[in-house]
Design a protein. Structure first.
Length: 202
């Protein structure tokens, strides 16, 4: 396929990934057409096909971008934090996920639309991240890898559910007066859950 005439390749790909992140977060994969992606990205459908191979290729690149951003923010937010300080760790992780809310929505929509993550997401990102996090938790807290994995998966699922909620819905659900109070409740719940899961006897 001939190279599209309009673009600096890196800039075009970056723009399409950002457009894809926005549209896939709002509408999901099935609810977003390649034509809509092209229009939002100010390019042609053939440009998407040239750089990504297909809508699925662009979608997979969006997922890669989401995980790259989550990892980068996570490294920064957790730098210097003692892993056993559960409340501080949960505060940092929730802050990271909340800052990347559209990305989390893309991942949650995969499960809502298909009942599971895509093979690409699961193999390239989700399972390796779970393995890595479980190992860190097991070593830090002194529990088995299985116990740490149970806690990591449970907290990840719970966290994603809270993250996709908007501030108003969290305020209403908790019966508090402000988003700040609602987010503090979420962090306390995550902290309590983590401590309970990791303190349970094998």
């Amino acid at each position: 396929m001939a190279r599209p005439a309009e673009a600096n390749p890196q800039e075009t790909m970056r723009r399409l990934v950002e457009v894809g992140l926005d549209l896939f977060a709002q509408r999901g994969y099935a609810g977003t057409s390649t034509r809509e992606l092209a229009m939002a990205g100010h390019c042609s459908v053939s440009t998407i096909n040239h750089y990504f191979g297909s809508k699925q290729g662009l979608y997979d690149s969006v997922v890669d971008h989401v995980y790259d951003r989550l990892r980068a923010r996570g490294r920064e937010a957790l730098a210097g934090i003692v892993p056993t300080d559960t409340h501080v760790v949960m505060t940092a992780i929730y802050g990271v996920a909340r800052a990347e809310r559209d990305g989390v929505r893309v991942l949650v929509r995969q499960v809502l639309d298909h009942g599971r993550l895509t093979a690409h997401t699961e193999a390239k990102h989700f399972l390796p991240e779970i393995d890595k996090a479980a190992e860190i938790v097991a070593n830090a807290v002194g529990v088995s890898n299985a116990r740490a994995r149970d806690a990591t998966v449970t907290l990840g699922y719970l966290l994603s559910r809270f993250v996709v909620q908007d501030d108003r819905s969290l305020v209403t659900a908790f019966g508090v007066r402000s988003a700040k109070e609602a987010h503090a409740r979420v962090v306390n719940i995550l902290t309590t859950t983590a401590r309970a899961l990791l303190a349970s006897k094998e």
